[in-house]
Design a binder for this molecule. Structure first.
Ligand code: ZN
Length: 930
């Protein structure tokens, strides 16, 4: 009896002779059963040598009643009984029922509804088939299964089973009888109910295989079955006598057992490894799925479409499969096989030694018995017979044991174990593959969607590729710096987000800036004066240099600053590549600055921003950037000046206006924002000129990047003297109040010393653009003009200059511009007047003679005319110097000559040529190195 002991206690039958009852008792969970006759007599069994099954043996009958007792309820399943002639037929019936939907698919089964009640017994009657024509074992084998079926799970469960054999009357059966007189307690029906039997596992259907025992009418049609080949190396007799042949069989089987034991041991180890591997794979798959889900949460676009539709369900199937394969290997293969190994194979040596020991004892006692000549023959005989019986019993047991291991129940058990496992394995893999296959549509969907996405990405990569090509082809690498004008609102900054974004993100970091208000305000549509005009990467030394510092050679520590032009100021930021962006210096106000290309450095792309206080040299990243920066800075300076002038005028007109109501401009803003800059030159100048009510003079002036620089400490003093100088200048010639070229009366604070002519700020810019060989421009206010130069300017004046340089202006088509003329007209006029010398009337003037005569007679017009005729200074310098008055009264003329290219002769020639006073003056003017 095998199976679920929870359900059945005993199955008894009273089919034996003398109405005796045969009782199966289920003892423990493993299905160990005990069977005995009620009389205590021995139970006959029969062995199927081909199939290896032990059967309870019943004499020929037409029917047998079995009484089945139920131990406890087994709801909710219905319990059935199935009787068939071989295990294959049993499997076939079950499969038919499982796969069919017919109402009568349960027909082959005998339902046992009574078993639903506690402690009831049910009688099942076996009836012999009508056309029973047994062959082979001369009888009919019967397999009886108690099964339950779960509609929910759609599967069967074997509760218990047993086998019996009904002999045919005609042929004498080769039974293993007469059986030795076993005591009833010894008769454990171990053979068919071995602990290692897979059926003891209460498992699902147990596929079992084997030969059809007989060609008997089967309860079900035959399913295809594989012919199993039995090991035929040793032909085992049923009950051989102890002989050399028997002993040699034993030895051979013993040797085989040893080998087999080693094989099984190795096999167990491999099964364990395999199971661990499956477990590892299941774990790895689980971890894989976990990290895919995590990544999917972080970046849904990369994973989510596939994870939701395919990856998660597919991986779950796979994990389940590997987990169940792992546990199946342990429960259905390893454990039962290990039981066979421990309970049977490992005992082989012990049993052999025991048998040999017993055999030795028996033959000793046989010798003793035969040699004994005592009178008490009967006693000896009976003693010997007992010993012989014991020995025969031992011999039989050992023979059965060793037979079972090679061609009996044990081999069948092992086969059943593996068949069962692989049968389940097959079903599970097929099921899993079907499940995963059903997800294929989703996988397809994602792939098709991906193809569409790829098309979109191709467009993107094409765009990027063409952009890359453009960058490569550009001769100068385009820098990320962008130019902005007031008309263009800032759309985007660089680095991504720009400083604006930066400030937005880290207000805390911005707080360490010395001047928060100088930081970027969010880009607003221009014209509010706050927009970033231009920003970008520039290199510069850590500190500004002084005006007198000429060479930048040897200065190696150039730093990269992010420079921002905004509100008329140039702000430098350090650490712009990191988070902690901070202002490097006080933003440089461009109010009094000028910009020019730097020539005093050996580095490329350099330009200078010159303020009254210092000179700042910047290096741009490319030629185009250099020009871009210079242009933008110059425009800004100009715009600053214009708005500043207007501002000044407004201030003068509305002096009584309350301070807080002053119109806002860049200028006033900068004054308000930077208390320090209240002491700026503009403020000083405003103070200096405050007495001058009717001023047509501006206060704005721009530094020129020429060598004579005003040390900042003398600035205030200079402006005091400038005030006096300018008033002197205007007194000497009222035309000096107006620009010599355009007649403008505002910002007439410039001059070109080689003519010498007084100019407005705008015309001075145009003069500068002509080059120093045409015009040497100076600021009347901010350049350090020598006394002689000031004297020269006062003595000459615009009236004299224009008398020479505009002598024939009325004959020209070009009209003299006014202060309101367009800049382009002013440019054209100034170019015509000075570069092309278009309005001169000098005819065939002898420049040398005129100049000598002019100096001698101190005739300014004559001197100017002579200079306009370009005297040859490289040849005649000494002649001109010779006529200079020996006192210092004509030193101012020397300034004029020097500005026009007078070549200073060597010291040796000077002596005797000019007076010592003049020589001392010339010595001061001599360029260093001569
Ligand atoms: Zn002008």
């Amino acid at each position: 009896m095998e199976g679920c002991t929870d359900c059945f206690t005993t199955i008894s039958t009273s089919c034996l002779e003398n109405d005796e009852t045969l009782v199966f008792e289920l003892k423990d969970e493993d299905g160990y059963g005990r069977m005995h006759r009620s009389s205590g007599m021995f139970i006959d069994t029969i062995l199927d040598p081909i199939h290896g099954d032990h059967f309870l043996k019943f004499p020929a009958r037409n029917s047998i009643d079995f009484s089945i007792e139920l131990q406890k309820r087994v709801p909710p399943h219905t319990v059935f009984l199935l009787n068939c002639t071989n295990p294959d037929a049993f499997q076939h019936v079950l499969r038919t029922i499982q796969s069919s939907q017919d109402a009568d698919r349960f027909a082959p089964l005998v339902a046992l509804p009574q078993l639903m009640c506690d402690n009831e017994s049910y009688t099942w009657t076996w009836t012999a088939p009508a056309d029973c024509s047994p062959i082979g074992l001369s009888g009919l084998p019967n397999y009886v299964y108690f099964i339950s079926y779960s509609e929910h799970e759609k599967r069967f469960r074997v509760l218990a089973r047993f086998r019996f054999f009904v002999c045919s009357e005609v042929i004498e059966t080769p039974t293993i009888s007469p059986m030795p007189p076993f005591s009833s307690s010894e008769l454990l029906c171990t053979s068919p109910l071995s602990p290692g039997s897979p059926s003891s596992l209460n498992s699902e259907l147990l596929p079992s295989s084997g030969h059809q025992l007989q060609r008997l009418p089967s309860t079900a049609s035959q399913k295809p079955s594989t012919k199993l080949v039995h090991s035929a190396t040793i032909v085992l007799p049923d009950d051989p006598e102890d002989s050399p042949g028997f002993r040699s069989i034993l030895r051979e089987l013993g040797r085989k057992t040893e080998c087999f034991r080693g094989d099984v041991k190795k096999l167990l180890k491999r099964i364990q490894e395999l199971s661990e591997a499956f477990e590892f794979i299941a774990g790895a798959l689980g971890r894989f799925m976990e990290s895919v889900l995590t990544a999917s949460a972080t970046c849904p676009a990369a994973f989510q479409p596939l994870v939701e539709t395919y990856v998660a369900p597919s991986l779950q199937h796979q994990i389940r499969l590997f987990k169940s394969t792992c546990s199946d290997l342990i429960h259905y293969v390893f454990e039962p096989l290990e039981r066979i190994y421990v309970n049977d194979l490992k005992l082989a040596t012990v049993k052999r030694i025991e048998f040999e020991e017993f055999s030795k004892n028996y033959y000793t006692s046989l010798s003793r018995y035969l040699a004994n000549k005592t009178t008490d023959m009967a006693k000896d005989e009976s003693k010997y017979l007992v010993k012989k019986k014991d020995f025969e019993l031992r011999r039989f047991d050992y023979y059965c044991y060793i037979q079972d291991l090679h061609d009996g129940p044990k081999t069948q058990d092992i086969l059943a174990i593996f068949t069962s496992y692989f049968y389940q394995q097959h079903e599970k893999w097929v099921h899993s593959s079907e499940s995963i296959d059903s997800l294929h549509a989703q996988l397809d969907g994602v792939r098709n969607g991906l193809a569409d996405l790829t098309l979109g990405l191709n467009d993107l990569s094409k765009k990027r590729e063409s952009r890359r090509r453009k960058i490569i082809l550009e001769t100068t690498v385009e820098s990320p710096i962008r130019e902005k004008t007031n008309e263009k609102p800032i759309k985007q900054s660089f680095p991504p987000g720009g400083l604006g974004l930066y400030r937005h993100q880290s207000v805390g970091a911005a707080s360490n800036l010395s001047d928060k208000s100088s930081l970027y305000t969010p880009s607003s549509p221009a014209k509010d004066g706050n927009a970033i005009i231009k920003e970008g990467l520039l290199l510069a030394l850590s500190k500004p240099t002084s005006h007198t510092e000429v060479s930048m050679v040897g200065k190696t520590s150039w730093h990269k600053y992010w420079v921002v032009l905004q509100r008329g100021k140039l702000a430098e930021y350090v650490n712009w590549k990191q988070k902690s962006l901070s202002l490097h210096n006080e933003p440089i106000s461009l109010a009094y600055a000028c910009v020019k290309k730097a020539e005093s450095t050996d580095r490329r792309f350099c330009f200078e921003v010159i303020t009254p206080k210092f000179k700042r040299v910047y290096q741009a990243t490319s030629e185009s950037e250099l020009h871009s920066w210079m242009r933008v800075l110059q425009e800004t300076i100009k715009a600053n000046i214009l708005s500043g002038v207007n501002q000044e005028r407004t201030e003068f007109v509305s002096k009584g206006r309350p301070r807080g109501m002053r119109p806002v401009s860049m200028f006033s803003e900068s004054i308000q924002q930077h208390p320090k800059s209240r002491k700026s030159p503009a403020a000083v100048l405003r103070k200096a000129f405050s007495g001058r009510k009717n001023s047509s003079w501006g206060f704005r002036e721009i530094f020129r990047p020429e060598p004579e620089r005003i040390p900042s400490m003398n600035l205030e003093k200079l402006h005091e003297s400038s005030k006096i100088f300018i008033s002197m200048l205007c007194k000497s010639d009222p035309e000096n109040l107006h620009c010599a070229d355009c007649g403008s009366s505002s910002d007439v604070t410039w001059c070109a010393i080689n003519y010498p002519v007084i100019l407005c700020i705008e015309c001075s810019g145009i003069h500068r653009s002509l080059g120093t060989h045409i015009s040497k421009v100076r600021s009347l206010l901010l350049d350090s003009l020598s006394q002689q130069l000031k004297q020269l300017l006062c003595k000459v004046g615009n009236t004299n200059v224009n008398a020479v340089w505009e002598a024939r202006v009325h004959e020209s088509d070009l009209k003299k511009p006014s202060s309101r003329s367009a800049s382009i007209d002013k440019q054209a006029f100034i170019k015509k007047k000075y570069s092309e010398r278009g309005f001169l009337d000098i005819g065939n003037v002898d420049a040398k003679a005129q100049l000598v005569e002019g100096i001698r007679t101190n005739n300014i017009r004559m001197i100017l005319t002579a200079l306009a005729a370009k005297p040859n200074f490289s040849r005649d310098s000494c002649d001109f110097l010779a006529v200079i008055k020996p006192d210092t009264s004509q030193l101012y003329l020397l300034e004029l000559l020097l500005a026009n290219g007078l070549v200073i002769p060597p010291e040796s020639k000077l002596t005797g040529l000019v007076s010592p006073e003049v020589q001392a003056f010339i010595r001061l003017k001599r360029p260093s190195g001569q």
